[in-house]
Design a protein around this ligand. Sequence first.
Ligand code: HEM
Length: 281
Amino acid sequence: MADSTLAPALRADDDSFLEFEGTTPYEDYVHASVLASLQQPLTRAPAEMGFLVTAQVMELWFTLTVHEWCAARAALREDDHVGAMDALHRSIGVLHALNDSFRPIASLTPAQFNGFRAAFGKASGFQSAKYRRLEFLLGDASRSMVQPHRGHPAVHAELEEALTQPSLYDEVLGYLYRRGLPVPEHVRERDVTVAYEPDAGVEEVWRRIYAGPQHDPLVELGEALTDIAELVLRWRGAHLMATRRAMGAKTGSGGSPGVAWLEKRAVRPVFPELWTARGHV
Ligand code: HEM
């Protein structure tokens, strides 16, 4: 049924809302035609467009996740609890959208995937620089993961820079320390260019927080981080399942053993002590 409040406006004598000097303000802001120019499938396979668009959409969600986590990290550095919580909550919304984005390709059959797989050659999400930044922010820094990007100086420089920055989790732990919690010195002074290792002292910090009043702002911070960890693990699980359905135990296009490799990657802990501390509360 037509919307009676909008319809008269659309029939108005003044049709200035249909006339623009150049491109529409929407185009100028959203760059929709630039986005639409980026879908260039390599085959006529019916499922390829969905695969390509899904990968591009996920790249955008990775970008937004990185943006929000950098905002949260900057806020924590300033001891701005509210600003950090706002950014973390926005990122939780993004991660839900990211995970829902698997739908179009979640159940590709091997024959459907084979219809375009050879065409993209050695391309693999493993080479996604934004995903790598996202993992660095979680605390999973790795110099060797920067290497594939040597041929793209701007991206390489961005990743190199990211590698030297404390992760979101490092900033959380620094913040907890300034709030009076006994985060060990070797954790606060750790080499941030290598992956974070679980620590008994940090587990005790979270245990203390969780054993206290449940509406304490630090419990709320812990819960936002737990939501994030769970959603990242869910992304990995959904990716693994889609891969298993589409290609079984075949070797990955990026050169890994495929599913066997992803199974190991999928279970790497995110914010480990937030999980282990629960067993001691
Ligand atoms: C059915 C579709 C897909 C299949 C069969 C698949 C398969 C694989 C495989 C086998 C790997 C391991 C590396 C390799 O040897 O290539 C991998 C890694 C990866 N894929 Fe996918 N993938 C699919 C969809 C996607 C999509 C849509 C994205 C989003 C951009 C994506 C992002 C990634 C990322 C980020 C990694 C690296 C994971 C890590 O480093 O732990 N994949 N994929």
